[in-house]
Design a protein around this ligand. Structure first.
Ligand SMILES: [Zn+2]
Length: 390
């Protein structure tokens, strides 16, 4: 048995200097984060957010209705091969950025296949998206759900159902989703309050706490769900990129999501934006960005950590690359490279661009992957420098 030492560690959001813990081998790192980062909301099949010319939307329904995507999203998701590769790349990008838990919405079968194709992977919560639209109905998702529940019973992944939103899923769909999730011990996630207050509508359908299952609302820009006994996954990066605003304090929020991992990276690279957006202390933000997501989804975190050769300040600037990423006691990243496959972040980003390019060639309107990635990166960077008022 060896000893892993770190100049500074952040353990469950608490700062510990000269940290030591038993490990398979002796090693010293400047900074250690325990557990690793959680990305509580990620759409791995999103290859365009429709951001053009700095335009902002009123709320998520306005965005869904009026955005002009460079790609036919429904067809991308129907293409199992490309959807699976996009999910695999999302998971691997997460690992290289220090994300050890990811909650994946979108196409369930593609996400499960991606998970099962990797021996070294982040822990995952599988939240197939359900809404009353062809290709997304509960009936259609149900069969895959039963198969996936059986396949992922290995402790590293857990099941959930993601009701897209209270306007795109009717009350009977929501009630049936609640029933299935409650019966199978799954989490129920949903977009809520994404630019428009939906707390009252939520209460009308779900009633008052305590609830018969674990409910995870996502975004909650306009609703503080703590009054209903719930905690939210906030996505501050896409909130500001789409709507120009986000909550300014962490009340009612206990985890973060990236929303678009392939376009703007996973939560650890959003840290500078979070630190600008929230008035709370960086350690509180780090607690939500790490153990917060694990607790919200009730996922174990034993043997999950991320180690850096750089200072904690660099980690908070979102610029540090983890040297070592460990999930369930097994290294998934060593010396900044994936243990399985050997890619570093730069070569993985190249693969992401190629695969998005392929999706655009098949189902797009002529935009190039480099243009879309540049537009989203630029919007993200602009907001990461954001000093705005609430
Ligand atoms: Zn979302």
């Amino acid at each position: 048995m060896g000893l892993l030492e770190a100049g500074v560690a952040v353990v469950h959001g608490k700062l510990v200097e000269n940290f030591r813990m038993p490990s398979a081998e002796d090693a010293y790192y400047e900074t250690l984060i325990v557990p690793g980062f959680s990305d509580g909301h990620a759409h791995p099949q999103v290859v365009d957010g429709g951001l053009r010319d700095g335009r902002l939307w009123r709320d998520s329904y306005d965005w869904l209705e009026r955005r002009e995507l460079a790609v036919d999203e429904a067809r991308v998701r129907r293409d199992l091969s490309i959807s699976q590769r996009l999910a695999t790349l999302s998971l691997l990008r997460g690992l290289l950025e220090g994300t050890t838990l990811m909650a994946l919405t979108g196409r369930l079968l593609a996400n499960v296949k991606a998970l099962l194709s990797l021996r070294r992977r982040p822990r995952a919560v599988l939240l197939p998206t359900v809404m009353d639209r062809a290709g997304w109905t509960l009936e259609e998702v149900r069969e895959d759900y039963a198969r996936a529940s059986y396949l992922v019973s290995d402790g590293l992944a857990r099941m959930g159902i993601f009701v897209h939103s209270l306007r795109l899923a009717g009350e009977s769909t929501v009630r049936e989703a609640i029933r299935i999730a409650a019966r199978s011990g799954a989490v129920l996630g949903l977009h809520l309050g994404e630019g428009v207050s939906e707390g009252e509508r939520f209460r009308a359908i779900f009633g008052n706490p305590p609830y018969s299952l674990r409910i995870v609302p996502v975004h909650c820009i306009d609703d503080d769900m703590s009054s209903l006994g719930l905690s939210c996954v906030a996505c501050p990066a896409t909130n500001v990129m789409l709507y120009g605003r986000t909550r300014r304090d962490l009340s009612g929020i206990s985890a973060f999501g990236s929303d678009w991992p392939l376009l703007i990276g996973t939560t650890p690279v959003h840290l500078p934006l979070m630190i600008k957006a929230y008035r709370d202390s960086p350690l509180l933000i780090l607690r939500s960005a790490t153990v917060g997501g694990y607790r919200l989804y009730n996922v174990p975190h034993d043997g999950d950590y991320v180690a850096y050769d750089e200072s904690l300040e660099e980690v908070l600037r979102g610029r540090a690359s983890p040297r070592l990423v460990v999930v369930n006691g097994e290294a998934a990243v060593r010396e900044g490279r994936l243990v399985e496959g050997g890619h570093d972040r730069e070569s993985l980003l190249k693969m992401i661009e190629e695969t998005i390019g392929e999706a655009l060639e098949l189902y797009g309107n002529g935009y190039s992957a480099s243009r879309i990635l540049r537009e989203h990166q630029e919007a993200f960077s602009r907001w990461a420098e954001w000093q705005g008022s609430p």
